[in-house]
Design a protein around this ligand. Structure first.
Ligand code: SAM
Length: 249
């Protein structure tokens, strides 16, 4: 039977990222791409619908994170604002031993992900709600080795959403489309306040996608219970802007 995506191309792109995909994983990526396009006709999930673009802009891009997770021996991963499952579900397909939690504020997207997980015979925890609310729930707060987000918010906002979920010693990974040096600089005071280490930027050029920037933030100390602040407050005054940072000695 004809595949939906070009399997060999995906295999090569993944190999270039140091990710070896077996037959099962390749078949699952094919099923995922097909289901994504099918569901996208009913609910707006992604503007990327051409099979060759799904391979590069969704799958390969998501897989850029895997070697970093492996280097840190991450066993648990939370994907904040996962949408149609990027990068979390793609990472689970590549490494089914990862314990993946997919979080989104839009219930319909999680219904889609539940259906796709069923088709793939994979399981992940699905969390419905806003990150800034769920981060106060003791079941999730400071529980994850790795927390990631792609295309969700600017870094100071994203750090406030994500760092509270990271266990001390774990890492927050923000996936950005362009070199985010300025954004990183602006977010540094907020990151420090939230218990994060100095951010590290890893830039790379992904073939057929362009420049990508992965921002890694290690969690050095527990986040104060004051954070995340309520949604309206975060939106109105991102940490580090205005006068909302306490004075440091
Ligand atoms: N990460 C996916 C990707 O890269 O394809 C989806 C990106 S989409 C532009 C942003 C997603 O984040 C949406 O699904 C939206 O519902 C979700 N989102 C935005 N703010 C959120 C919040 N505060 N808590 C939970 N989900 C949020």
């Amino acid at each position: 039977m004809q595949n939906f995506i070009e399997i060999e191309r995906l295999k090569e792109k993944a190999a270039a990222l140091g990710v070896s995909l077996d037959e099962t994983a390749l078949e699952r990526f094919d099923i995922y791409a097909k289901a994504l396009v099918e569901w996208n006709e009913k609910i707006n999930l992604t503007a990327i619908t051409q099979p060759q673009d799904i391979v590069t802009k969704h799958f390969a891009d998501s897989l850029t994170l895997l070697r970093h997770l492996r280097a840190k021996h991450a066993g648990t991963l939370l994907d904040v604002g996962t949408g149609a499952g990027f990068p979390g579900l793609a990472l689970l397909i590549a490494d089914p031993a990862l314990q993946v939690t997919l979080l989104d504020s839009i219930k319909k997207k999680l219904t889609v992900l539940q259906d796709i997980l069923g088709r793939l015979s994979l399981s992940a925890a699905l969390l419905h709600g806003r990150a800034e609310d769920l981060a106060h729930d003791a079941r999730y707060r400071e529980q994850f080795d790795a927390v990631t987000a792609r295309a969700v918010a600017a870094l100071p906002v994203l750090a406030e959403y994500c760092l509270p979920f990271v266990r001390v010693g774990g890492t927050f990974y923000a996936m950005k489309s362009v070199t985010a040096a300025e954004e990183v600089k602006d977010a540094q005071p907020a990151i420090r306040l939230l218990g994060g280490d100095r951010p590290q930027c890893k830039t790379m050029t992904l073939e057929d996608v362009g420049e990508r920037c992965l921002i890694l933030v290690g969690k050095r100390s527990a986040t104060s219970q004051k954070y995340p602040r309520p949604s309206a407050k975060i939106a109105k005054e991102p940490l580090g802007q205005g006068k909302n940072l306490p004075k440091t000695k």
